[in-house]
Each structure stands twice: as structure tokens, then as C-alpha cells.
Design a protein around this ligand. Structure first.
Ligand code: HMG
Ligand code: MG
Length: 300
């Protein structure tokens, strides 16, 4: 049974959503997206990534976007940083929350950030140290928690090891990412349960891509297990450019619809979110991947 309480949505559309889109949106449109999202009641909106512009050209305008958004009081706007260079760029742009990212699979990590898991964690150590001194919050992502496009199966013990390490190093929240959306509910539940044996559930988040259409089912299993932080992307955009076959994140509209239908509260205005998702789809010249937005706009 799920008790009625609050679920925090971490909206990743402006980052995970846009990093893998063929259409390059101008900074002004990205800024409008984030400003619209700020008005929906979302508490956490990942804004962009300070990664190498050679690796992710879609987010080369990170500083311009971050500098241009209206920072709504009470909303946090974390940004991804892969190393100290990214951290310094993020701080110069005014970021007060960052996220570091690694994986449970060596093969994926090598392709995504050109480092082994241990090397990437070594890179994060000075970032975490500086962040602590600067009063900057650090989230940690673990990718490929339910499968890797290069290695195949990923051992739960590897997920636990990496998540525990990031938490011990000072990441206040660990997001467990099914990067290529291959997981199924029983596996998602078992993985989360194992990680929660080492990292408090209150410090865990789940991050599902919907490649195989399993994301909502996986989220439900994880809610039943006790997680209360869910990553999702408005309009179901996204995917990692270095994860072969990865498609969009689960759509925020669909997650919020499900949560509200279950009596869980998010503080998010679903109608405003649907409007924003529909608007984003037109900007990207594609149909929304949100089933809720499709249903509502077809009915309108
Ligand atoms: P590298 O080539 O090994 O880096 O890339 P390097 O340290 O050798 O530097 C090479 C060049 O990049 C140098 O420039 C650096 O200055 C520059 P040059 O001297 O050649 O002119 N550089 C940078 N420039 C700007 N910002 C920086 C930066 N760092 C180096 N921060 C690196 C290593 C990590 C930089 C690269 O692999 C990279 O940026 N990777 C990012 C890939 C990425 O963003 N992937 C998507 C995000 S992860 C994800 O989507 C998964 C997630 O959603 C969860 C899930 O779904 O599972 C989070
Ligand atoms: Mg992702």
C-alpha cells in the first residue's frame, strides 16, 4: 500500500530532454521553457549541463540559458557537471546546485564521459570538496542501473557499490537511472531495495527512460518500495546521446497524472504542465510523447 504523501518531481526536460534532440532550440526558447516550468509548481528543474560542447552541442549555450532564466524563489535549478571545469563554469554562471554523473557499467561510462567508474569518482572528489566549501548541493546520478547498451546485464551489486560511494562522498541525493529504459517492475523494485539497504530511501530518486514502455510500471513498483523523488521530462523528450537506442524520459505529465490519480500530491498544476509540454512539442516540430497531453489536446 502507498500512503498519501508528497512526491517531488525532478523535471529534467530542459537538460536530459534537450541534450538528445535533433532540433537545436535557441537559448531564448530554452529560457522560456524553464520559466514556464517554474510556473507549474515544480520544485526542482534541472536547467542544463556544463559538459564539453564538443560532446553535447545541444547544450553549448549553458551559461546563457542559466543566466537568462527567472529563478523563482523556492525552486532549485541544478545543472550537470562532469568535472571541475564544468563546476567552475556552473558556479560562474550562478548555479547553486549541481549534479555529477557516473554509471554502474564500465562500458557505458567510458563512452559517456571517457573515464572508468573509479576515474570518474576520483574526478568528483575535488568537485564535492569545493561544493561543500561553497555551500553548493550535489546530486549524484548512477546510470545503467537496469541494463547497459554495451555490456548487457548490470549486477545489482555494482549499482549498490556506486550509489553508496557517491552518497558517502557527500551527494545529498542519488538518482538511479535506467538510461535505456529496459527495466521491468520486479527488477526495478529489487534494485531499489538493494540500494536502499545502503543509502537511506529519503536520499534516493528514480530516473526511468521509457524505451520499452515500462517506465510508469517501474515507477509504481518503486513508489510501493518507498521512493518519493521521481525524475521525468515534460513531453517525454530526451535520452543520452552516448547510450545507443535510448529514447525519451518518462513524460512528466504522465507521472503527475498517475500520482494525482493515486492520491499522492506533487504541488504541480497538471494543466499548466500539459500546456508547456504541448508548446515544447511544437517548438521541436514533433508529436508529444506524453499520452496525457495527447489525450487532453485531442479532447480539446
Ligand atoms: P574528454 O575529451 O576526455 O575531456 O571528455 P578532456 O578533459 O580530455 O578535455 C577535452 C576538451 O574538452 C578540452 O578542450 C577541455 O577544455 C574540454 P580542448 O583543450 O580540446 O579545447 N572540456 C570541457 N569544456 C567545457 N566544459 C567542460 C569540459 N571538460 C572538458 N566541463 C568529458 C570528458 C567528461 C568532458 C566529456 O566526455 C563530456 O563532456 N561528456 C558529457 C557527456 C554527456 O553530457 N552525456 C549526457 C549526460 S549523462 C545522462 O544523460 C544520463 C542521465 O540522464 C541519467 C540516466 O539516464 O541514466 C544523467
Ligand atoms: Mg537520463
Amino acid at each position: 500500500m502507498i500512503s498519501s504523501d508528497h512526491v517531488r518531481i525532478v523535471e529534467v526536460g530542459a537538460r536530459d530532454g534537450l541534450q538528445n534532440e535533433k532540433t537545436l532550440l535557441p537559448a531564448t526558447v530554452k529560457i522560456e521553457l524553464i520559466d514556464r516550468l517554474s510556473d507549474t509548481g515544480l520544485q526542482t528543474i534541472e536547467a542544463t549541463s556544463f559538459v564539453s560542447p564538443q560532446w553535447v552541442p545541444q547544450l553549448a549555450d549553458a551559461a546563457e540559458v542559466f543566466g537568462g532564466i527567472r529563478k523563482k524563489p523556492g525552486v532549485s535549478y541544478p545543472v550537470l557537471v562532469p568535472n571541475m571545469q564544468g563546476y567552475q563554469r556552473a558556479l560562474a554562471a550562478g548555479a547553486t546546485d549541481v549534479a555529477v554523473f557516473t554509471a554502474a557499467s564500465e562500458a557505458f561510462n567510458r563512452r559517456n564521459i571517457n573515464a572508468s567508474i573509479d576515474e570518474s569518482i576520483e574526478r568528483f572528489a575535488p568537485v564535492l570538496e569545493r561544493a561543500r566549501a561553497d555551500g553548493v548541493g550535489v546530486r549524484g546520478y548512477v546510470s545503467t542501473v537496469l541494463g547497459c547498451p554495451y555490456q548487457g546485464d548490470v549486477a545489482i551489486s555494482d549499482v549498490v557499490r556506486v550509489a553508496r560511494r557517491l552518497h558517502q562522498m557527500g551527494c545529498h541525493e542519488i538518482s538511479l537511472g535506467d538510461t535505456i529504459g529496459v527495466g521491468t517492475p520486479a527488477k526495478a523494485r529489487a534494485m531499489l531495495r538493494a540500494v536502499a539497504g545502503e543509502v537511506p530511501m529519503a536520499a534516493l530518486a528514480v530516473h526511468f527512460h521509457d524505451t520499452y514502455g515500462q517506465a510508469l510500471a517501474n515507477i509504481l513498483a518503486c513508489l510501493e518500495e518507498g521512493v518519493r523523488v521521481i525524475d521525468s521530462a515534460v513531453s517525454g523528450t530526451g535520452g543520452c546521446p552516448y547510450a545507443k537506442g535510448a529514447t525519451g524520459n518518462v513524460a512528466s505529465e504522465d507521472v503527475v497524472y498517475m500520482l494525482h490519480g493515486m492520491g499522492l500530491e506533487t504541488g504541480v498544476d497538471l494543466d499548466l504542465l500539459i500546456n508547456t509540454g504541448a508548446w515544447l512539442a511544437t517548438q521541436l516540430h514533433k508529436e508529444t510523447a506524453s499520452r496525457v497531453t495527447r489525450a487532453r489536446t485531442a479532447a480539446a
